[in-house]
Design a protein around this ligand. Structure first.
Ligand code: 5AD
Length: 464
């Protein structure tokens, strides 16, 4: 049975009685959760918040005020882990002032670097991997009795489908549909930190989607490590999109991140035919060189990726595409890099996340390849593609000037309370004078200027 309690974010509200119709549980304490890394981690933090709320913990938004501090971590690149080690030292200063504070490291880095955490941060009380969140109550209980707790068992059957996450209010909800990864890309630590792939059934997800709409969410983002390899019984990812498209009151559906090899005909057809599914895809390329793709074990060639993009654009001419690129992978030559550079120019991505290769212990590349591209070359290559992508994003956005786009209103813009911001169906941030629009409305906005990151315009048709 799913349980759900309101989210409290300050000590003051934490001590007020719960909302109408709800039994007031015993207050067990307060918790602060800090999240690093991908949307999957954001979603996992919401899950942890749900678990702890269910046993009477209240969520706070300041580490200093909380009885329990949990850091949900990322292991994908070295700098993500360095950031957390740094942060842990700061959090230890809170523990020194308030020795009863419980400090936990959760998620991928906990799974990946258990020993290093114990050595470099012996003051950490809890180490919990991504499949061990059910033990959070037990872990906190142990830690509060000064008994450190380590939970790192990967569990192929754990999908947390029976638990209710607590989400931040807003228009967009993250919905994890699949956990783990079976792909074994040589550069990637995720299969080792998150274990094997498993999917949540279509009826459970459809029910959750209805619930999200009832709670006021307008858009859902389906999450999975390779989200489109989703397979629950006989239902594939295309089936799931078609089913969720029927959820009344839901305005938009997105998903992230798909793997090019699992971009099946049914997925493309569902994207093209389902009115709620946004024609936007984040399709990681990683490299434009087939030789490097093979070394990465990406299981597609540069030409196969090109053909897939052509097929999708043929079916959806306005498809917005973004990507992930790694430069400086083991053995990447100047010629390999040039192939990535020119493929990005050829495909003309709307945007891209671009990274220097970071050698990760435990990965296949770490075991059998050499991280031989000098750091200086990695940095130069990275700068080179960042500059090119900036120009392309700018040009694509400039071409939208004068056009009218549908925007889902998300909230006040950072710069002015007179302006709202929202996203287009293609996931571009758009800023405009709010007029009489409300958060959660979809409005039509005519674009009158654009940067590489943002569109600026005016509402031409009121919301609904
Ligand atoms: N080094 C650099 N980037 C990486 N990514 C994954 N592993 C590594 C690594 N070892 C990038 C990939 C992936 C994204 C989430 O992070 O581009 O798609």
């Amino acid at each position: 049975m799913r349980r759900k309690l309101p989210l409290y974010n300050s000590i003051q509200t934490a001590t007020t009685p719960l909302g109408k119709g709800m039994a007031s549980p015993q207050v067990m304490g307060t918790v602060y959760i800090e999240t690093y890394g991908c949307q999957m981690n954001v979603s996992d933090s919401e899950l942890m918040a749900g678990i702890l709320s269910g046993i009477g913990y209240y969520l706070l938004d300041r580490a200093e005020d909380a009885d329990v501090i949990l850091i949900n971590t990322c292991a994908i690149r070295e700098n993500a882990e360095e950031k957390v080690f740094h942060r842990l030292q700061h959090l230890n200063s809170i523990k020194r002032r308030k020795p009863d504070t419980v400090l936990g490291v959760c998620g991928c880095m906990a799974q990946h670097l258990r020993q290093q955490i114990i050595e470099a941060a012996p003051f950490v009380d809890i180490i919990l991997g991504p499949d061990a969140y059910r033990s959070l109550p037990q872990a906190i209980h142990a830690a509060r009795s000064k008994d450190p707790f380590v939970g790192l068992k990967l569990d192929r059957s754990e999908d947390y489908a029976d638990l209710a996450p607590i989400r931040k209010d807003g228009v967009r909800a993250w919905l994890t549909i699949q956990r783990g990864c079976d792909k074994m890309c040589t550069f990637c630590v995720v299969p080792f930190t998150r274990g094997r792939e498993r999917s949540i059934s279509v009826p459970i997800l459809a029910e959750e989607c209805h619930r999200l709409v009832d709670e006021g969410f307008k858009e859902i983002v389906l999450l999975g490590q390779t989200v489109n390899s989703y397979q629950a019984g006989k239902h594939d990812f295309g089936d799931l999109l078609v089913t969720l498209n029927q959820v009344e009151g839901l305005k938009r559906i997105r998903f992230t991140s798909p793997h090019p090899n699992d971009a099946s005909e049914p997925m493309i057809e569902a994207m093209a035919n389902c009115d709620k599914v946004c024609q936007q895809i984040h399709l990681p390329l990683q490299s434009g060189s087939t030789r490097v793709l093979q070394a990465m074990r990406r299981t597609y060639t540069a030409n196969e990726y090109r053909d897939l993009v052509a097929q999708m654009r043929d079916r959806m001419p306005n498809l917005s595409i973004s990507t992930d690129i790694i430069v400086g992978f083991c053995g990447e030559t100047e010629e390999d890099f040039q192939q990535t550079y020119s493929m990005m120019a050829e495909i003309r991505y709307d945007s891209a996340f671009m990274f220097k290769y970071s050698d990760r212990e435990g990965t296949l590349a770490h075991k059998s390849l050499t991280d031989d591209v000098p750091e200086k070359v990695k940095i130069e290559r990275l700068q080179c593609i960042i500059e090119q992508q900036y120009q392309i994003s700018h040009q694509i956005n400039q071409a939208l000037i004068g056009k009218t786009v549908e925007v889902l209103v998300e909230g006040e813009s950072k710069r002015s309370t007179d302006d709202f911001f929202g996203r287009t169906r293609s996931f571009k941030t758009t800023v405009f004078p709010r007029l009489s629009a409300n958060v959660g409305d979809t409005v039509l906005v005519q674009i009158n200027s654009a940067t590489a990151q943002t569109l600026i315009g005016n509402i031409v048709s009121p919301g609904n």
